[in-house]
Ligand binder design. Structure first.
Ligand code: PLP
Length: 453
């Protein structure tokens, strides 16, 4: 059994010293933290012994569920055998080598080269550096600008925060505006009144083409997009949107980067969704989160053969590809990822998501009758409820109403953790949720919404 923990002392230590990410200090100073101390399967428990269904897979990442002792064992074995050594130059380690080959096997056929990072932000950040390096080496040094989308979330390193298009995320922060231009996101729920889905798609593609024309393709290096926009509101684009955006990129010598940090590793029923679901062949796919199911920090950027032909060519004059992290290819993280992938394959977890995902979608849609539920959207194990003041006008409640927080609070009181994001509530559970778990979770959400309205 685990050692007992001193709840009061830890709460105090946390409150006095831990600067939490993405935290509202008006609430934090009053309430302090909630310590989550234990987890098993689809459940987590707080320090007081209250148990909750995990409706957010930690933070869209614990895809195989909690308490997988075989992942813990694989990490312990690796840490004991060789916890860390450099991967710079030509040094390597066994898990990093094996995982790179495994990722190349699972990824679309043309993506066979892996650059390791510490998480999703660093994957996106490293990618942009590699893309700039690629065009510099091709003798196209003006191709610098990155096109991203409003409401995209790509992380919070300086560069990935600049790619991020959620305005409130960069409130009072600076961004590298000379490097990034944002185009409109695809938001079917809030598209112009009366516009068909097809016409909306045409409109977005046209805006993209116009943006490229005004900046000049010679000045643009890449376009980055999440296959389904996650933190920006679980926005599923119109049919064919991604393939058309990719075609525009190809026609303009602009690289297409898919940020699959959330959509990868089973959340939509496939290891990678770009090709399997969205019919795109990105030049680069970035992954993190579900890659190690959150058991250890890890990200990776998967690079096409075409790019590797340039990135992997000797620089001459003694130059090297001078980018990477101390922890690129960390052996313990890679060992966790290898075991995680073994579990995903052995338990056929992608198939579970494909079978049970539509049931989750339908069950959540049954909540649409609540007065504040304007939209229920998403796909498979990546879902979201948009709360509104008025369903007909889609008008939002004022921010101070904290509707997302209130729904999440009511749900947590009843034993379910979901994620509030402004007026949204995200449901992104571990991929091992069964129909029974869904029934229990949705019944709790039903009560929580009733208690909020
Ligand atoms: N990209 C996407 C699509 C994400 O959702 C996230 C995190 O939520 C990131 C990148 C950043 O990943 P990390 O927090 O591991 O740096």
């Amino acid at each position: 059994p685990n050692q007992p923990l001193d709840a009061q002392r830890l709460w105090r230590q946390d409150k006095d010293h831990f600067i939490h990410p993405f935290t509202d200090f008006s609430v934090f100073h009053e309430k302090g933290c909630e310590l989550i101390t234990d987890s098993e399967g689809v459940f987590v428990s707080d320090i007081h012994g209250n148990r909750f269904i995990d409706g957010i897979a930690g933070l869209w990442c614990v895809n195989v569920g909690h308490g997988r002792s075989e992942i813990g064992q694989a990490m312990a074995d690796q840490a004991t055998r060789m916890a860390y050594f450099s991967t710079f130059n030509n040094l390597s380690n066994a898990p990093a080598a094996a995982l790179a080959a495994k990722l190349a096997e699972l990824a679309p056929a043309h993506l066979n080269h892996v650059f390791y990072t510490c998480g999703g932000s660093t994957a996106n950040d490293a990618t942009i550096r590699l893309v700039h390096y690629y065009f510099n080496r091709l003798g196209k040094p003006t191709k610098k600008r990155i096109l991203s989308r409003r409401n995209a979330y790509h992380g919070t390193t300086y560069l990935s925060a600049s790619l991020t298009g959620i305005e409130s995320n960069n409130w009072e922060f600076d961004t590298l505006d000379h490097l990034v231009t944002h185009v409109s996101e695809a938001n079917l729920y809030r598209r112009p009144e009366g516009m068909s889905e097809d016409a909306y798609c045409d409109h977005l593609v046209k805006e993209f083409e116009d943006t490229i024309a005004s900046i000049g393709a010679d000045n643009i290096a890449a376009f980055i997009a999440e296959p389904i926009m996650g933190a920006g509101g679980v926005l599923v684009a119109p049919d064919g949107y991604h393939a058309r955006m990719q075609a525009v990129c190809r026609a303009n010598d602009i690289l297409y980067i898919a940020d699959e940090v959330v959509t990868g590793f089973g959340r939509l029923g496939h290891f990678f969704s770009s090709e399997a679901v969205f019919d795109t062949q990105p030049d680069i796919i970035n992954v993190a989160k579900g890659l190690s199911s959150g058991y250890a920090p890890l990200g990776a950027t998967l690079i096409s053969d075409k790019l590797y032909e340039v990135l992997g060519t000797p620089q001459g004059k003694g130059g090297v590809l001078s980018t990477g992290f101390t922890y690129s290819g960390h052996p313990v993280s890679c060992a966790a990822a290898l075991k995680n992938i073994e579990i995903l394959e052995r338990e056929n977890i992608c198939a579970n998501v494909r079978q049970v995902g539509p049931y989750l979608e339908q069950a959540l849609k049954s909540l649409s009758h609540h007065a504040t539920v304007g939209d229920v959207r998403g796909s498979h194990f990546m879902m979201c409820i948009e709360n509104v003041a008025d369903k007909a006008t889609k008008e939002l409640l004022p921010l101070e109403a904290r509707v997302g927080d209130r729904v999440a609070f009511e749900a947590q009181k009843r034993g379910l953790i979901i994620r509030p994001v402004g007026h949204l509530n995200v449901v992104s559970p571990p991929l091992i949720w069964t129909r029974e778990t869904i029934d229990t979770a949705v019944a709790i959400l039903d009560e929580a919404l009733a208690a909020t309205t």
